[in-house]
Design a protein around this ligand. Structure first.
Ligand code: AMP
Ligand code: GLY
Length: 413
């Protein structure tokens, strides 16, 4: 198949690695990609958020499937532009992508669909926000309504910080003040063709920057899959109480969700609740879910894009486990230092590297952003996979670079 993958992160590199590992060869192009992706497939320098530009490229190059990695093209309506021209695309249109692009929209859909989630209040003014902050009490949870590149959520015991966060994000739109939910977090990805859903294997992401879940939230510092501690029947419970009601609600509003429904869940003493939805594969969870996938990814994505998931069997996963750790630049997540060389990448073994923010300058990889790359390993046990990842990270050098040392530790003892 001729496949165009939009995006430039480690998630897209992992998607491409998975597509390339299939027994059937595909012609894959990435736009715009990154230095790691460019080492394995052709890349084209086009703006992935421009529906007209992406559609013209896809038509000119007989692309049979477009896979949209990041949220920005989804929220910009790139999937709509492609579908209007009859091109198969894995990724929801603008209206359904609001499930990620607007937290108040997501809450409204969940309310209407009867999906379990925490209580939340939308605030349009600082007075409303302060009233909600005091109503819910500590720990305080304050979220920007719109896309905020991982910076919109603050969970804190400090009331002044909660109020300041609300004040800052009110300048960009509404904020949501939420009830604090306590429990283990789970990321479950479901493929959706608008009607039928098929689950991938659960993963757990580490959102805080430092070991022991300290420091600010990030886009994600590492992940592992599967989650051996999940209760039996967990995935089916999420399908029945979360995914199907959500997909049906969106279909009933004539905004079908075609793509990846990312359910960010929390396992509370009162059952599973949704913390957030995303409208795309998660990063870094994709890096641990796809290496374990045995069913050809292209087959699943194409079936979802063509409304034919009902004819597909449930995706199968290997019994091996996977762990990924993100190498971040100095200063991430606040102010990452960029432009520094990354060395040692050719000295690593038994791991795959998913590049995120890298460029090749005079034959040397340099870091161009906060989350630089993900080191991924599989193994029979979490201890084995962790040992491989951390051995590789010892060999990779990025001045000031940092990574968490406790990814997957809780399941490997
Ligand atoms: P979000 O971007 O909505 O997933 O939020 C980022 C992170 O903040 C989540 O992964 C949780 O760790 C935390 N978080 C968000 N909402 C809540 C909540 N209502 N209660 C507790 N923690 C939360
Ligand atoms: N790892 C969280 C996300 O992809 O949003």
């Amino acid at each position: 198949m001729r496949i165009l993958v939009l995006g430039s992160g480690a998630r897209e590199h992992a998607i491409i690695t998975s597509l390339l590992s299939e027994p059937t060869a595909h012609e894959i192009t990435a736009a715009p990609g990154n230095a790691g992706i460019a080492a394995v497939v052709p890349v084209v320098a086009l703006d992935p958020t421009r529906g007209d530009v992406v559609s013209a490229y896809a038509l000119d190059n007989d692309i049979e499937l477009v896979v949209i990695g990041p949220e920005a093209p989804l929220v910009a309506g790139v999937a709509d532009a492609l579908r209007q021209r009859g091109i198969a695309v894995f990724g929801p249109g603008k209206a359904a992508a609001a499930l990620e692009g607007s937290k108040t929209f997501a809450k409204r859909i969940m309310d209407d669909a009867g999906v379990p989630t925490g209580k939340a209040t939308r605030a349009g003014t600082i007075d409303e926000a302060v009233a909600a902050i005091d109503e819910y009490g500590a720990p305080y949870v304050v979220k920007a309504d719109g896309l905020a590149a991982g910076k919109g959520v603050l969970v804190t015991e400090d009331r002044d910080a909660a109020v300041a966060h609300a004040d800052f994000w009110l300048a960009h739109g509404a904020v949501l003040v939420e009830e604090f939910l306590s429990g283990q977090e789970v990321s479950l990805f479901l493929l959706s063709d608008g009607h039928t859903v098929l689950p991938l294997s659960p993963a757990q992401d580490y959102k805080r920057v430092f070991d022991g879940d300290q420091g600010p939230n990030t886009g994600g510092m590492g992940a592992y899959s599967p989650l051996p501690w999940l209760p039996e029947g967990f995935v089916d419970e999420v399908i029945n109480t979360v995914a199907i009601p959500t997909v049906r609600q969106l279909a009933s509003e004539r905004t079908p969700f075609i793509g990846l429904l990312y359910c960010g869940l929390i396992v509370t003493p009162k059952g599973v609740k949704v913390i957030e939805f995303n409208a795309r594969f998660g990063d870094p969870e994709t890096q641990v879910v796809l290496p374990r996938l045995k069913t050809p990814l292209s087959q699943l994505l194409f079936a979802a894009a063509s409304g034919e998931l009902a004819s597909q069997p449930r995706p199968e996963f290997s019994d091996d486990v996977a762990v990924t750790v993100v190498l971040a630049s100095e200063g991430y997540p606040e102010e990452p230092v960029t432009g520094r060389p990354i060395t040692g990448l050719s000295d690593v073994h038994d791991v795959t590297i998913a590049h995120a923010a890298t460029a090749l300058v005079d034959g040397t990889y340099v870091a161009t952003g906060g989350r630089v790359l993900s080191v991924v390993a599989t193994g029979h046990t979490f201890s084995e996979a962790r040992a491989r990842v951390y051995l590789a990270l010892d060999a990779i050098h990025l001045e000031g670079g940092h990574y968490r040392r406790d990814i997957g530790l809780r399941v490997s003892e």
